[in-house]
Write a new protein. Structure first.
Length: 307
């Protein structure tokens, strides 16, 4: 057994002559929670489907759970749990009935015990007789997770699992993910939420089919090469108007009484910000660059693969 749950190189998937996944190489260590970030249409879902064997790559190679991606996709599917973006269970069946169907698909015996254990593990026992169609977003999410982990997969793939879920349910969901990882399960999760990305051990950023950054959150932020300043005061809108056209400024956004200013040239940005601060009588000070700053920076640099 190797240390990598996922180790793929040069994955390519084309649709209509366009590479929606373009030479993606990805490593995820066993027991790791790895975040997968990127704008809509960036290739996250397609890459996840390639990794779990639902799609066949047009080019590339590698292993998933030490199984060859191209020749052993059926065996990979048996060892992977995949939670899709869309809720895909029978609305007119109860939670327990839906899980019984899943237990049958995986040929789990005895099915009754596997269902009962999974209900207990995910805190669903008291709701087992509730119709799936009547569940709130958070409980639907928990049912979907229960179905994905009932067969005890070694690798869990989550495709934007908390979209449309309230903050409390999101936090509880992530607590469950960390417990699963602590038990040895490997997790690859795509998300748009920066706070969720920061809960991952490592993150991978994909844009227009190309993987443009990988590493810990601190490493990815450092690799973006950005400098960030904050201006505060009553005249930040005037400061924004002064700074927006300045070539030293690559990002600028107001947050209440604070103005967030980002650039790639530290000296030029400092000069521009301090000038605006003096002329608008606002306070200026450097601050840490956020993951969101890096995210937007990578989006701006990427080339659209539709053109």
């Amino acid at each position: 057994m190797t240390n990598d749950a996922i180790n793929v190189t040069g994955l390519v998937k084309r649709y209509g002559g366009r590479a929606v996944v373009d030479q993606v190489s990805l490593k995820v260590r066993r027991g790791e929670i790895s975040g997968f970030l990127g704008p809509n249409g960036s290739g996250k879902t397609t890459t996840i489907r390639l990794v779990c064997g639902l799609l066949t790559a047009d080019a590339g190679s590698g292993t998933v759970l030490d199984l060859d991606l191209q020749t052993q996709s059926r065996k990979i599917k048996r060892k992977v749990g995949y939670m899709t973006q869309r809720f895909s269970f029978y609305s007119d069946l109860t939670i327990a009935e839906n899980l019984n169907l899943v237990a049958g698909l995986y040929q789990l015996r005895p099915a009754k015990r596997h269902v009962a254990d999974t209900l207990a593990d995910l805190g669903l026992t008291s709701r087992k007789n509730q119709l799936a169609g009547e569940l709130s977003g958070g409980w639907k999410q928990r049912l979907a997770l229960a179905a994905c982990i009932m067969h005890r997969p070694e690798l869990l793939l989550l495709d934007e699992p908390t979209a449309g879920v309230d903050p409390k349910a999101r936090r509880e969901f992530w607590d469950e993910i960390h417990q699963l990882a602590a038990g040895g399960m490997t997790v690859l999760v795509s998300t748009h939420y920066m706070d969720e990305a920061e809960r991952c051990h490592r993150i991978n950023y994909i844009s227009y089919g190309k993987l443009v950054a990988s590493g810990t959150v601190d490493e990815v932020i450092a690799d973006a090469g950005l400098t960030t300043w904050v201006l505060e005061g009553e005249n930040i809108l005037k400061a924004e108007a002064m700074l927006k056209p300045d070539p030293a400024v690559s990002q600028i956004a107001p947050f209440g009484t604070r103005l967030h200013v980002v650039g790639t040239d530290p000296a030029s940005l400092k000069k521009a910000v301090q000038k605006a601060s003096r002329e608008t009588e606002t306070r200026a000070e450097p601050t840490e660059t956020s993951l969101e700053d890096a995210f937007i920076h990578f989006m701006g640099r990427a080339k659209d693969n539709v053109i």
